[in-house]
Design a protein around this ligand. Sequence first.
Ligand code: GLC
Length: 442
Amino acid sequence: MKRITALLALLCLIPSFLFAQTPYQPSEENLRSRQDFADMKFGIFIHWGIYSMFAQGEWYMHNANLNWQEYAKAASGFYPARFNAEEWVQVFKDSGAKYITFTTRHHDSFSMWHTQASDYNIVEATPFKRDVVKELADACHKHDFRLHFYYSHLDWRRADYPIGQTGKGTGRIPKPNYATYLDFMKQQLTELLTNYGEVGAIWFDGVWDHEKDSEPFDWHLREQYDLIHALQPACLVGNNHHRSNNPGEDIQIFERDVPGENKAGYSGDAAISQILPLETCETMNGMWGYKIIDQNYKTTKELIHLLVRTAGKGANLLLNVGPQPNGELPAVAVKRLREMGQWLAKYGESIYATKGGNDFLAATLLDASPNIVATRKGDVVYLHLLANDQQEIRLSAGTRIKNAICLNNDAELSITKSKKKQSILLTDLPTDEPDLVIKIIL
Ligand code: GLC
């Protein structure tokens, strides 16, 4: 602790403009952690807070312009009697995921751990009085599950947060003071990175709140990133800012889109990093936080396709679950996750520790199709046929193929060659699979 305090004191002495100027050199541990993370390919996002009690999603405070003092009363009724960190982690393990990203503090300002920086936290402001971050951290460490923390930059409650585009109707009397707000965030980040063991990443969100300011807002990001790396060098920094990466960031995040697509409209300004691990976050239904009327869950097949398409771009999928106010995971979510786990138990080799196979497809596939996705591990390429509507896969004549096996039924596939092309024949293969996985040894 003494060492950390001394380190923090030292960091505070460094003027912030120097943070911004120094080139970022990730440590060895950080580079290893990036690789471990990239190999995991599948994680679970958890949006859980006192907003879950309203069952209207995590933006309810802003959407309904709830008064901050009225909203806070929800805390005194928050008693998630059925919360069991071990059970959650077991479900996530069963899904084949390798890490979680937990919302430690969302835009509503409520902290889900016993922070000393504010009494608006789960231990002091609720009758539950349990530090759920601690319980989750313990369960993750015990079961060898990687732990990431989501942390909101924006705040709809604190007076010192310089109000941006959102949370304007919460009735607080603004006294903007970014210096004190930044200190508060640094104190909280220090706690999260000191008291909960190894943290795989800090996942920031909310800087877009100041996107439309006439004067660019200086969040002092680098100062926060350097603090994180000083406390835990292997901890990755990600920021859901929807833009190209800034120095000090270790992963690139895409919201609701696989890298390279911009269907959700968030990723238009982001050049895809060629160096950093990529991660796509997506909901299982439509909302991140628990929303009682939102039962529009994607099917297991759709979720498997999403995972495959994401891996095909070389990215991880961070799939969200919004636990109920009583602490249980929604039953539909659990069912979907277990089914994904069954699929991954059989086809995991085509996902985990793979790289995206776009280059292979571009160089070899004669009939490009959005329903053919490739992942790759050295000399092995996995072709994922998501539509399963072809008789053959036509590849350029020069493609070096030793053999091709359909992983769904272990059949070795015939290959015909001519001067112009070679074809992997897809006769007598199962028709009812969500994904036909063809393993090609080069
Ligand atoms: C958006 C939302 C936020 C959610 C996040 C997850 O930034 O504002 O509520 O936590 O997406 O990606």
